[in-house]
Structure formats: structure tokens, C-alpha cells
Design a protein around this ligand. Structure first.
Ligand SMILES: NC(=O)C[C@H](N)C(=O)O
Length: 329
């Protein structure tokens, strides 16, 4: 029998529509329902038995923690169904990397989960969504994609959901990881080159089935002449952790150091990340993290560090434990 793949649709440009075929950048996201998306791709029937579910119909910049939880619960429930072999999530590209990482941390399954989007709406010339979705379904239907964590298929590449980020907003070659893709998918066949070593899915200590809510974690951005109004406002608002998107190696302006130390003294966890696109933050380089009791984000970009901090805080508020989690996931 053919593998059964469920496509969970959440909106984004892959479900977008423009006024004319020339509108590659000017269009409305989250317009086309999942049934229509799937009906427009009859080629899928040779890859898998595909069923669609409309979970949300939103642009991904409007994803909230509630959306993450609801989507995670649905993915988890489907992954336990013996008649489901793989799951695809269609998603806007703006926060796709956050959702993919979240799912990789909290869904306990070895079944393939593939998150996919597009840079152009389906109505545009050279629309990229159809092939991206075809690739996603074929990866989700394949046995060799099992146990590799949550994957992202864009532009013929198979990326690790943990590592990948949107790196450009005007090209179809938008998703990159500094550590490289895991493989490529060409005409329905996967070609693998490496495998993730960080903990995910089956090997994660976190489980969506135990998570009822996510704590408030926000991000402040580092820049020259930085003021501390944002840090203080988040502190007053009762944030549980604050991610600092620092300059360079995660460096922190002198005035921001004082504000962040004050927040830590009130019990807020401080996660030191970097605003530069690549590289990673070393503990006690640039700032004395041991002395201040701060956590470093390793190679996670600020938006991914926020996801891991939220998930980790559902289990522990111990900064040493948080740091262990940031090294391992
Ligand atoms: N290319 C896209 O999907 C962008 C859109 N704003 C979204 O994330 O929903």
C-alpha cells in the first residue's frame, strides 16, 4: 500500500494569491484552502495517499504560542496513528524556522515531519510552492527520512529544522543553514549527506503531551547607542527569560549589562545570543556568564533561542540546567 501522508495547512505564501501572474512579491498570504492546494498537484498521487487538514489560515508572522501548542498537539496525535506514515506542515516562511524547531523539540516520533513553505504565491510565474510541497510529501513518505528530526524542504534541499533559517526575503533560495543541508530531494528520491547530532523528537526530554502553556520569553536587540528601555519594560511585564541578540560574539553594551544583571537578580533568565547570522556564542567570552549566572545560546539565532528557552522553562528554572539544554538541543 502507498504511504499515507497528512498535510496540515497553516497558511503563508504557499497558500497565497496575487492579482496577476506578474505579482511575485505583491499578493495576499493565506488565501488558498488545503483541498485546493492538493487538487492543484495531481502528481502527489504517485508518491503517497495524501489527506489535508486546514489547521489555521494565517501569515506566519502572526503565529503565537497558542498556535504552536495547537499545531504541536495535532502533529503529536497524528504521529501516534498507525495509519499515518508522515506529516507535512505547510507554513509561511517568516517564522517557519521557529515552528520547525519547536516541533523537533516536543514531538516524540520517528515518523518524518516536514515543514514547507514558498517564497512566491501559487498564482505567480515560476511559483516555487508546488515543487516544494511535492518534495515535502515525498520526503514525508520515505522510510529513509525517519528519525532525522523535523525537516524543511525548500529549493530541492532537505534541511534540519533546528539549523535552518530564512536568510533572504526576495529569492526562492531563501533557507540556509550555516552547517549545510542534510541532503537533497530530486524527482521524489532523497540523497543524504549528513545527519543531525543534536537531541530531537524521540530523544528529547520535552513532550508536547505534557506542555499546557509556554512561558513569556522575549528578545531585545543589541545596537550602538543601545538604550535599556526595552529590557526594563520586559522586566516589568514579568518575562521569565530574556534573549539578548547581541552584537558580534554576543557582546553586550555596558548600560545593557547593568539592566540585564538587575533582571537576573529578580529571577529572570538571561540568554546571550548574537545578531550576526552565523557562528556561535562561547561561554564567558565577551561577558562573564558564570559570574552573572547567564546562559549562552550556542549557535541558535535569537528567535530559535527564544523557542528553546520557552520549552526548557516548562521543566526547569535552574540556569545550569538551561545551559546544559542549550548545548544539547
Ligand atoms: N513567504 C512567506 O510565506 C511570507 C509570509 N509573510 C508568511 O510567512 O506567511
Amino acid at each position: 500500500a502507498q504511504p499515507h501522508v497528512v498535510v496540515l495547512a497553516t497558511g503563508g505564501t504557499i497558500a497565497g494569491a496575487g492579482a496577476s501572474a506578474a505579482n511575485s512579491a505583491t499578493y495576499a498570504a493565506a488565501k488558498v484552502p488545503v483541498d485546493k492546494l492538493l487538487a492543484g498537484l495531481p502528481e502527489l498521487s504517485s508518491v503517497a495517499k495524501v489527506s489535508g487538514e486546514q489547521v489555521f489560515q494565517i501569515a506566519s508572522e502572526s503565529f503565537t504560542n497558542e498556535h504552536l501548542l495547537k499545531l504541536g498537539q495535532r502533529v503529536s496525535a497524528l504521529s501516534k496513528q498507525p495509519d499515518v506514515d508522515g506529516i507535512v506542515i505547510t507554513h509561511g516562511t517568516d517564522t517557519l524556522e521557529e515552528t520547525a524547531y519547536f516541533l523537533s523539540l516536543v514531538v516524540h516520533t520517528t515518523k518524518p515531519i516536514v515543514v514547507v513553505g514558498s517564497m512566491r504565491p501559487g498564482t505567480a510565474l515560476s511559483a516555487d510552492g508546488a515543487l516544494n510541497l511535492y518534495d515535502a510529501v515525498s520526503v514525508a513518505a520515505s522510510k529513509d527520512a525517519a528519525g532525522k528530526g523535523v525537516l524543511v524542504t525548500m529549493n530541492d534541499e532537505i534541511q534540519s529544522g533546528r539549523d535552518v533559517s530564512k536568510t533572504i526575503n526576495i529569492k526562492t533560495e531563501a533557507f540556509k543553514s550555516q552547517w549545510g543541508p542534510l541532503g537533497m530531494v530530486v524527482e521524489g528520491k532523497n540523497y543524504w549527506f549528513r545527519a543531525p547530532v543534536k537531541r530531537h523528537t524521540m530523544n528529547s526530554e520535552f513532550n508536547i503531551d505534557d506542555i499546557k502553556a509556554l512561558p513569556a520569553v522575549d528578545i531585545v536587540y543589541g545596537y550602538s547607542n543601545m538604550n535599556t528601555t526595552g529590557i526594563e519594560a520586559y522586566g516589568k511585564a514579568g518575562v521569565k527569560a530574556l534573549v539578548h541578540a547581541g552584537t558580534g560574539n554576543g557582546s553586550v553594551a555596558a548600560q545593557a549589562v547593568d539592566s540585564l544583571k538587575a533582571l537576573r537578580a529578580q529571577g529572570v533568565q538571561i540568554v546571550r545570543s548574537a545578531r550576526v547570522p552565523d557562528g556561535f556564542v562561547l561561554r564567558n567570552a565577551e561577558q562573564p556568564d558564570d559570574k552573572y549566572d547567564w546562559v549562552v545560546a550556542h549557535d541558535l539565532r535569537p528567535q530559535k533561542a527564544r523557542i528553546l528557552a520557552m520549552v526548557a522553562l516548562t521543566k526547569t528554572n535552574d540556569s545550569k540546567e538551561l545551559q546544559r539544554i542549550f548545548w544539547e538541543y
